[in-house]
Each structure stands twice: as C-alpha cells, then as structure tokens.
Design a protein around this ligand. Structure first.
Ligand SMILES: *Cc1c(COP(=O)(O)O)cnc(C)c1O
Length: 426
C-alpha cells in the first residue's frame, strides 16, 4: 500500500480564514500568513496539523521586538540607540491621537509655532541658546544647516573631521548631495588656524566643525577650537556650524572629554547640531540650537519642511528634556559597586557563570573608546543564540569565547526577568 501524501491534509485557505477569525488583523495580513504556513507544510517543514498554529504565530509576530540590552553598550545603534524614559513613553502615547501640535486652543486658530513645548524645554535646559529647531535626525540637521547657511557656496572643514557615521554614510557626501561645496583643509591629524585663514575666500559660506564622535585620533594631533574659529568666522563674516553628534546638554563629569552643546554655544558657535537619541537619551531627532538670527534662516529654508519631525517625536523630546533622569543617564552614572552586587545576585539566582570585571561603553556617537567601569556575568558562548532568540529577547556581548551579561543598561526591576531567561537556557 502506498502511504498517503501528508500534504493532502493541509487545511484549505477558506477553512483557515474561518479558524483564525478570532484574531484582529487585516485581511491581507491573514492571507499572507496562511499562504506562508501552507507553503511551509508543502515543503514538509511543518506538519499539516501545525498549520493553524503557525498562522497564529505569524500573525502574533511583530517585527520590532523589545530587547533586554545586556551588552553594556549604552547607546547601541543596532537596537534603536536610546531607550525612552517612562515620561517620554507616556508623552508619546498621549500625543498619538489628535493633539494640538499646530493649534492655539486658547484662540481657536492655527498656531505658527509647531513644537513650541519641545523648543521651550530645550531653551530652558540650555540658556546659552537663543532659539532652537528640531528636525528628523542629526544628518537632516546637518544637511539643513549647511544648505541654508552656505547654499551655492563653500563650507570649510578639517580633513580630520571628515567622518563616516555608520553603514557607509559619510558626512562629506551627505553635505555635497545638496548645493554646497566642501573645502577640505589641513592634514588628517593636524589642522591649524592658518589653514582656515588661507582657505576662506569670497565664496565661503560657513566653517563646519565636526566632533569625531565615533573614533579618536591620538598621538601628534591638533585641531582648532571653537573660540578661535569664532574669531576667524567674524573676521570674514561667515557662519560657524558645530556638529556635535552626541547631544550632551551640559558637561558631564563621567565623560570628561565629551563636549556639550552649552560649551560650544558659549565658545561662539552660531548653531550646534546634535542627535536626540544619543547621549540626550530621547527619540530620534536632529537638534539645532543657536543664535536667533541663524535659527530663523534655517526655519525659512524650503528644506526645513522636508526634514520636519512628527508630533510623537516632539512629545517624547519635550518629556525627555524636561523630565526625570533618562535611562541613558542612569546607565552612564551607575555605581560599579551596585552593578557588582546585582551581578553577584544574578549569578546566585541562576547558579552558573562567573562574575568578571567588564567595562561598559557609551556606544554610538559619544565618548569613543571611553570605558565605563563595571561587571558582567560570564556564561558559555553557546547561550548567546537561545537568549537572543528567546522570549523575552536577551542580548549579551559575545567576547573571547564567552557570553557576557552586563546589567548596566537593564533596569533593576528587570533583573528577575533576566534570571528567568537564563534559567530557561540552563
Ligand atoms: C551621529 C552623528 C550624526 C548623525 O546623526 P543621526 O541622528 O544619526 O542622523 C552626525 N554627526 C555626528 C558628529 C554624529 O555623531
């Protein structure tokens, strides 16, 4: 007797649609999930009896899964940079319906100051700024600043500051994609005031200073500070743009070498650029803070409309800047002793691994290479994948044939969740 082909038992589409009718999903999504599951059964990857369960699983999957960041890297680009504070999360949900983003409720008319709350919060936090503008991200802010302040002109930049910001995106190429010409000066390791002086001509629109946020040149180096660039810019009546990237509002003693927005404005920048989701600890955004006249020129440029932020970003940014300590700040300022105790408690709760010294990192766009003293639980490397693909997702750091679980970026309230996830793998 010939065995029956199991594929004959694969449930039909209409039967499956009826079987999963209790799930709230768009028709096209249901059909796509059914078709995927049926194909898997035809390829004998699952049995016909598993098809309905697989459809349910596919419809339940969201492509953006929450991740417990046990890498010790605070601003980790691959997992969405800064986690939002609870205050920012609440503000975001609050603004997700209709919200008065461009409405003056008092007078019942359109308000011209979109995002006024976020701007006010930024200006309160950074008194050295006369005005501010928020756009989609740091790259958009840089594009807008160079285009609005030096359109059809040249922007002078030191060779040591021509950086790639990740995944092949280079700042020089971004700037030149607009109608701005870059004039590179100096050598990779050294640039002097005279290099700027020599380069400035009647076609110069701005001097751009970029903070090398993701690498560090050491040894025989020199660069020209913002104060000196201010003098040069004044002598020749050109704008001075400072791209900081990282977004510290004020100096922070735990990151002694990281420049802040306040300092750069006080030193004389016309406009300082930073990302919202790096050290500021907020949503993806590009912040432009500076002189009133400069910000007015940026707002007026047609590009400003193309790089505008949405109301969700504005709400989350305002709550981040005006709100309590952000998760990024907490992770940066964590007491190593507390981290050690939590790590030892985790080791005791799971009963495996070894508590080892482990430096955390600031990560994406801030304090390159600067170590944050701390501890981690060292486990077998083979644990990495089950933890990464489990529920909840726990992402550790694979290092020297081991898996390091660093609790720096994990809220203490989640330590037990991590312990449970580890026990599951054990
Ligand atoms: C990160 C960074 C950028 C890009 O900012 P995004 O918000 O990622 O677009 C630009 N300049 C510097 C110096 C940076 O560090």
């Amino acid at each position: 007797m010939i065995a029956e082909d199991p594929r004959r038992r694969i449930p039909r589409t209409d039967a499956l649609i009826e079987a999963v009718a209790d799930i709230d999903a768009a028709n096209h999504a249901v059909k796509a999930a059914i078709s995927t599951a049926q194909n898997e059964a035809r390829a004998l990857k699952i049995t016909p009896e598993e098809v309905e369960g697989r459809v349910r699983q596919l419809l339940g999957n969201k492509s953006l899964k929450p991740v417990l960041n046990a890498t010790g890297v605070v601003v980790h680009t691959n997992i969405g940079r800064a986690p939002l504070s609870t205050a920012a999360q609440e503000a975001l949900i609050n603004a997700s319906g209709y919200a008065d983003v461009e409405m003056d409720l008092e007078r019942g008319v359109r308000s011209k100051s979109r995002g006024a709350g976020a701007i006010k919060a930024l200006l309160n936090a950074v008194p050295a700024a006369e005005d501010a503008l928020v756009v989609n991200n740091g790259a958009a802010a840089l594009l807008l600043a160079t285009t609005a302040l030096a359109e059809n002109q040249e922007v002078i930049i030191s060779r040591g500051e021509l950086i790639e910001i990740g995944a092949g995106f280079r700042l020089p190429e971004l700037i030149e994609s607009a109608r701005v010409e870059l004039k590179e000066i100096g050598a990779t390791n050294r640039t002097h005031p005279a290099d700027y002086e020599r380069a400035i001509n009647t076609r110069t629109g701005a001097i751009l200073k970029v903070h090398p946020s993701n690498f560090r040149i050491s040894g025989f180096t020199s660069s020209v500070g913002v104060e000196q660039l201010r003098e040069i810019a004044d002598q020749h009546s050109v704008s001075l743009i400072v791209d900081l990237g990282s977004g510290l509002l004020h100096p922070d003693p735990v990151l002694p070498e990281e420049p802040s927005i306040s300092e750069q404005l006080e030193a004389g920048a016309d406009v300082v650029i930073a990302s919202g989701d790096k050290l500021l600890g907020g949503p993806q955004a590009g912040l432009l803070l500076g002189k009133a006249e400069t910000i007015a020129r940026l707002k007026k440029h047609p590009l400003a409309r193309a790089v505008r932020v949405d109301k969700l970003t504005l709400a989350a940014l305002e709550a981040t800047v005006a709100g309590p300590q952000t998760p990024v700040e907490k992770a940066l300022h964590l007491d190593p002793q507390v981290l050690k105790q939590r790590t030892q408690a985790l080791q005791a709760a799971v009963g495996v691994g070894e508590v080892v010294l482990h430096d955390g990192r600031v990560g994406g766009g801030g304090a390159p290479g600067y170590p944050l003293e701390g501890w981690a639980l060292r486990l077998p490397e083979e644990w990495a994948k089950p933890l990464r693909t489990g529920e909840p997702v726990v992402l550790g750091r694979v290092h020297e044939n081991g898996l390091l679980i660093d609790l720096r970026c994990i809220p203490e309230s989640e330590d037990e969740t991590i312990a449970q996830a580890l026990r599951k793998v054990k």
